[in-house]
Write a protein that binds this ligand. Structure first.
Ligand SMILES: *Cc1c(COP(=O)(O)O)cnc(C)c1O
Length: 235
């Protein structure tokens, strides 16, 4: 157990050091960037350990897996975000478990969110997922279609759009990922005047590329394996 704590502590400190360096390099205040621990495929024990190290924000990709963990850890003050692809038939359940959705990627999902949140008398904070690399295998709205998408969902009063999220193509060389993050920032800046105060999050950067994401404006980095080590349990 002590070994696990030591390992995660070392990993977390390493992440925080790189976060600080990236912020310093571009003159951003440290408190502008939050670390979200992407805990899919990671054990309850590891999540608990990360929490003890001071991480309070976690993200899960699957409703069922998330539900089990959230229930098990209900005594901890964790903020749970949903970062996976959300099926419309899971929306109702997801709304009862997670406080923020990072992956609004289609109109059908927006419609269902509006419907279920209305029943619960809730407002759901969401980020719009952008398929920034235009990859056929990835979810998300194409950048050329974001404005049109926004127009279609702005009438949904139960949905509060708080930012943008992306998962760019994997590139061995980090400098090759940078243009995608820059593009995200541009899209964010262009939408900001229309979306106002609430619109403030850029969820981008994972274990491999988070320092670059921070340099280009990320406010939430989603870190899995660099914190927890290799994913184990496939639930
Ligand atoms: C798994 C996952 C992450 C974390 O990936 P790592 O490479 O383990 O850091 C971040 N974002 C999303 C959407 C994920 O599915």
């Amino acid at each position: 157990m002590q070994d696990l704590k030591e390992l995660l502590k070392k990993n977390y400190e390493n992440i925080l050091t790189k976060l600080q360096k990236a912020c310093l390099k571009v003159g951003r205040p440290l408190d502008e960037v939050r670390v979200l621990a992407a805990s899919k495929g990671q054990s309850i024990e590891k999540i608990r350990t990360a929490y003890e190290l001071g991480i309070k924000l976690f993200g899960e990709n699957y409703v069922q897996e998330g539900e089990a963990k959230i229930k098990e850890l209900s005594s901890l003050e964790i903020e749970w975000h949903f970062i996976g692809r959300l099926q419309t038939n899971k929306v109702k359940k997801a709304l009862g478990l997670f406080s923020v959705l990072h992956t609004l990627d289609r109109y059908e999902l927006a419609k269902e969110l509006q419907k279920q949140a209305d029943k619960l008398n809730k407002v759901v904070p969401v980020l719009i997922e952008i398929n920034i690399g235009k990859e056929p295998t990835k979810a998300g709205i194409k950048k050329e279609e974001v404005e049109e998408f926004l127009e279609k969902i702005l009438g949904f009063k139960r949905i509060k759009i708080i930012g943008l999220m992306c998962l760019p193509p994997y590139k061995e060389k980090l400098e090759e990922v940078r243009p995608y993050f820059i593009e995200m920032r541009k899209i964010f800046d262009s939408l900001k005047p229309y979306l106002g105060e609430d619109f403030k999050e850029l969820s981008m950067g994972t274990s491999h590329d988070y320092p670059v994401a921070i340099e280009e404006g990320a406010t939430i980095i989603r870190i899995g394996e660099a914190l927890f080590g290799k994913r184990e349990c496939k639930l």
